[in-house]
Design a protein around this ligand. Structure first.
Ligand SMILES: Nc1ncnc2c1ncn2[C@@H]1O[C@H](COP(=O)(O)OP(=O)(O)OP(=O)(O)O)[C@@H](O)[C@H]1O
Length: 226
C-alpha cells in the first residue's frame, strides 16, 4: 500500500477560492468525501474545473491564485509537493508512458504495493479482462485506440490506490455501451478500493454513481467589486 495513504481517513476540502489574473473569481463550497465516495462535478466549458483539479493535484499554475486547504484525515496536504500528496489524476489527454507496454504502464502503478511478479501479472490480467481488454499486456500506447487508451489510463491511475483520484472527463472517446460499462466498473472499483474521487464530466449519466454533486458556481469579477 502507498505509504502516504491513511486507509480510513476522509478527504476534506475547505471552502476554496480561485482568482484568475484577469479578475475572474469563483468560490467553491467545502466538501468531505469518505473513502470510496465520489463527488461528481459539472459546469460549462472554461469555468475552471480542470484548473481546480490541477491545483488539487499540486501542479503549479501561474495564471491563477488559489486559496483553500486539503486534508487527508487530520493531515493537511495542500502545501506538499505533488509526489507526496497521494493524489492521482487522469487528464483529458491521457498520458501513458509511450515506450512502455500496457503491462509495464500498469506495473508502474502497482510498484508501491510490493507484489510478487506473478501476483502483479494476475492483478493486471484480471483488471484488463474486467475492462474488455484481455490480452493487451504487450501492446504499446500507440497501438491502442483512443477509447482503449482512456481505459488503460484510468486503470493505471486507480491501481496506484491514491487517497484521492481526480478524473477529468475520463470516459470520453468511448462508444455508448463501452462508456456505460467503464463507468460502472470505475464506481465499483473506487468503492471496493475505498478511494475517494472527484469526477468532472459534461455528461450527467457519467455522474450517476457519484454520492455527491457539485454544480460549478457562477463566477464573479473582483474588479467589479472594487
Ligand atoms: N495555461 C493557462 N494559462 C492561462 N489561462 C489558462 C490556462 N489554462 C486554462 N486557462 C484559463 O482558465 C480558465 C479555466 O480553464 P479550465 O481549463 O480550468 O476550464 P474547464 O472548466 O476545465 O473547461 P472544459 O470543460 O472546457 O475542459 C479559462 O478561462 C482558461 O482560458
Amino acid at each position: 500500500m502507498n505509504k502516504h495513504r491513511a486507509a480510513d481517513s476522509s478527504v476534506e476540502l475547505s471552502r476554496c477560492q480561485l482568482l484568475w489574473r484577469d479578475g475572474k473569481q469563483v468560490e467553491l463550497p467545502p466538501c468531505q468525501l469518505a473513502p470510496g465516495e465520489t463527488l461528481g462535478v459539472m459546469g460549462p466549458s472554461g469555468c475552471g474545473k480542470s484548473t481546480w483539479l490541477r491545483w488539487l493535484l499540486g501542479v503549479q499554475q501561474d495564471y491563477v491564485d488559489v486559496a483553500g486547504a486539503i486534508y487527508f484525515g487530520s493531515r493537511r496536504v495542500d502545501h506538499l509537493p505533488i509526489e507526496e500528496r497521494s493524489t492521482g489524476m487522469v487528464m483529458q489527454d491521457q498520458s501513458l508512458f509511450p515506450h512502455y507496454s500496457v503491462a509495464d504502464n500498469l506495473a508502474f502503478a502497482l510498484r508501491a504495493q510490493r507484489l510478487g511478479r506473478q501476483q502483479r501479472q494476475q492483478v493486471i490480467a484480471g483488471q484488463l479482462d474486467a475492462l474488455g481488454l484481455a490480452g493487451y499486456q504487450q501492446r504499446l500506447p500507440q497501438q491502442l485506440s483512443g477509447g482503449e487508451k482512456a481505459r488503460i489510463s484510468l486503470l493505471r491511475a486507480v491501481l496506484a490506490r491514491p487517497q484521492l483520484i481526480l478524473l477529468d472527463e475520463p470516459f470520453n472517446g468511448l462508444d455508448a455501451a463501452r462508456r456505460r460499462q467503464v463507468c460502472e466498473w470505475t464506481y465499483a472499483f473506487l468503492r471496493e478500493q475505498r478511494i475517494a474521487a472527484i469526477i468532472v464530466s459534461h455528461d450527467a449519466a457519467d455522474l450517476s454513481g457519484a454520492q455527491q454533486r457539485l454544480q460549478w458556481p457562477e463566477s464573479g469579477n473582483r474588479k467589479d467589486e472594487e
